[in-house]
Ligand binder design. Sequence first.
Ligand SMILES: Cc1ncc(C[n+]2csc(CCOP(=O)(O)OP(=O)(O)O)c2C)c(N)n1
Ligand SMILES: [Mg+2]
Length: 757
Amino acid sequence: MFNTVPNPIPARMKGLNRAEICDVNFQEFVRGWNGRPDAKPADGEAILDGSALDARGFRELFESQLISRHLDLMARVLRVQNKVFYTIGSSGHEGNAMVARLTRHTDPAFLHYRSGGFMAERFRKLPGMDPIMDSALSFAASKEDPASGGRHKVWGSKPLWVLPQTSTIASHLPKAFGTAVAIEQARRIGHALPIPDDSIAICSFGDASSNHATAQTAFNAAAWTAYQKLPAPVLFVCEDNGIGISVKTPDGWVARNFAQRPDLDYFYADGLDLASGYADVQRAVEHCRRTRRPTFLHLRTTRIMGHAGTDFEVEWRSIDELCAVEAADPLLRSAAIALESGLMSRDEVLALYEDTRRKCFVAAEDADRRPRLSTLEEVMAPLAPYTPDAVRAEAERVDHAERRPQVFGGEAKLPERLPPRHLALQINAALHDLFAKYPDALLFGEDVAQKGGVYTVTKGLQRAFGPRRVFNTLLDETIILGLAQGYANMGMLAIPEIQYLAYFHNAGDQIRGEAASLQFFSNGQYRNPMVMRIASLGYQRGFGGHFHNDNSITALRDIPGLVVGCPSRGDDAATMLRTLVALAKVDGRVCAFLEPIALYMAKDLHEPGDGGWLTSYPPPEQAMVLGEERVYEADATDLVVFTFGNGVPMSLRAARRIGQAHGWKVRVVDLRWLVPLNEAAIARHAGECRRILVVDEGRRSAGVGEGIITAIVEAGFGDKPLRRVVGADTFTPLAGAAFLVIPSDDEIVAAANALAG
Ligand SMILES: Cc1ncc(C[n+]2csc(CCOP(=O)(O)OP(=O)(O)O)c2C)c(N)n1
Ligand SMILES: [Mg+2]
C-alpha cells in the first residue's frame, strides 16, 4: 500500500521490536513523502476531493488516531518498567474514531478492546475532558482511573456513556442489543430515559468474535426483532482485521456471513482510510438511527504490533506478511491525507506526532505516581453495596395502595384478606403487587405471558399490566439476561425469568462475567440491577429428570456480589421478593430468586390435608431483612438443623420424629438467604445448640452446606457433634431413582440417630 520498511530489514532497524518498527515507519514515511500538496483546505471544506469528511473533522480524527497510537506505544515501553499493566492495543483499528465522531456521547457504547481511537474521539464530545490522562490512569491501574477506579484497564466512562467492558469476547453483544430494545421500550411504558429518545446502542467487536455463540445469538435476536417490525436500534461494528490472536479469519468470511442476512442491515466501510471510509460509516450510523433497525457495520481494519505486547508475531508469522500488514497502517494513510490535502506540512505532522507522544508519556509518568488500590476493602468497595436502612424503607414503602383493589379484583380479593395459600399463588400475588408499585417493572422470559409460565406463577400478570411489561422472549437464556441488562442500563426494573435452573447455567456468563461485574469494573458508576427468578431444585417425584430438577447452587454461590435468596414458603417468598427488588432499586444489586418447584403447590406438611404449608399473604408493608433466617422452635437446644428450600419442610417433619425418638427439642433454621450466607446467625445458633445437622439438597461438592459448616467451624464450634445430609455429586435420574440422589426425611432422621448414638 505504502512504501515502508523494505524486507530484509535494513541495518538501522535491526534490533527493533515491531512496535518500534511501526513507530519508525511512520516517521520515515512522513519524512520521505514527496508528493505535491493541494491548496490547504479551509475547516469546512472536503479534506480531499469527493470526501464527505471536512478538514476540521479530519484534523480531529487524525489527532484522535495519534493519541490512540501513542498510548499503545507508551504502554509497550512502560510495561517493562512495571508502570503499565495492559498492552492489548488499538493499533491498526484507529479508524473506529469515525464511529465515535458520527455518533453522540449519549449513545451507549459497549466497546471492543481496540477502541482507543473511538474513545479519544468521544472525549471531544464533552468539554474539559482529557482522553490522554484518563486513559493513562487506566493503563496504570491507578485508583484515580475515572473508569474503573484502578480495577482493570477498561474503555469506560460515565459521562460519555461508555459502559466498561473487559476481556470476554462477544459477551457484551446481548446487552448492547438489550439496551437498544430498552431505548425503544421506555417510551412505550412511559419510562423517562436517561438519554435522548432517538439514541442508538453501539457495540464493537472483532472479526473472530463475530463467530462466537454469544455474538451470534445477539445478531439472531436483533434480526428476530426487526423481522417482526419491532425496533432494535443497535449498531454492531465488526472491526475486521482478518485475524484473532493467531488464527486467520478466512478471506471474505465476514462479508459472506453478514452481507446477506435478512433483517440485519449490512454496511461496509474502509476503516483504514478516513477520507473514503467516513461517508460509509455515516451511512450506517444514520441508517441505524433513522430506521431503528439492527445495523451491521463491517469496518475494515488491520492489526499491527501484534495481539498484545506479549505476542511476538515474528515467532509465528513470516516477515513478509508482517511487513505487508504494517504497510497498511491506517496512520500512514492519514499522514498521506494530511500531506496530500495540503492541510499539514511534513514538519507539522511530525511535530504533532512527537507532541502527542510526549503528552502520553507525561501522563503515564504522572499516572504512575498516583496511588493504586492498596487494601482489599478498596478493591471490593463497589462490588456489593448495601445500605440496610434505605433498602428496608424501600421494601416496606407502599404508595400503590389505591391501585391494589383494581389489580387484585376488588377490596375483598386483596391477597392478605384471602385464606392461607400455597407458594406459587403467593409469588404470583407478590409480583402483582410489585408491578403495581413499580411502573417500570418488566417481566419477561419463556412462556411467561399468556400461559403464565410453566407453573402458572406469572398467570394473569400480562392481562393486568399489558404486553409491554410482561412478555415472552425468544428462546435463549443469554438473550433474556442480555435484555435484563439492557433494561437495567436504561433505568427500568428488570425481572427476567429463567425457566429452569439448568438453563441458567446455559447463560451463566451473562450474570457471572457481565451483570454482576458491572459495578465492580465501573467503580460503582454503572449498575444493572435486576431480580432474576429461576424455577429451581428437585423433588418433583421423579418427573422431569436432571434438567428439570437441577440442584447446582454452586454455580451461583461464587459469583461475586450476587444476592441469592431461596424461600421455602409463600409468605417468605413475598417478603423476600420485596427486599430483592429494593436491593436492586436502592443499591443496584443483581439478585437471584430461586423458586423451589416442588414446593410451588405444596399445601400440607405432616399429614395429607393438614394445610401445614399454606401461608397468609403478608401485607405489602412487610419485608424480610437481607440475611435474616426463619427459626422454628427458637428455644430448642438439643439439636439445630440448618437448611433451606425443600429441606425446610423435610426437616420439620423429621424434627417431629427425632423429638419422639430421642426426646430432643429440635430447632430448625431456614436460612432463606444463600448468598451471602449469614455466618453470624449460623454461628449463634450453632453456639446455642448441643448438636448440629446440615440439610442441603444441593450437591455435595461446593454446595451451600460447605459454607454452613465452614461458618460453624470458623466460629469455633467444629467440635460439636455435626452431620451433613446432602445431595450426591451426580446428575438426577428419572423416576424413583431420583430420590436416591437427594436428601430425604428418613436420611435426616438417620443422621440425627447417628448424632444420638
Ligand atoms: C470467550 C473468550 N474466549 C477466548 C478469549 C481469548 N481471546 C481474546 S482475544 C481473542 C481473539 C479475538 O479476535 P477478534 O475478535 O478478531 O478481535 P481482534 O483481537 O482481532 O481485534 C481470543 C481468542 C476471550 N477473551 N474470550
Ligand atoms: Mg480480529
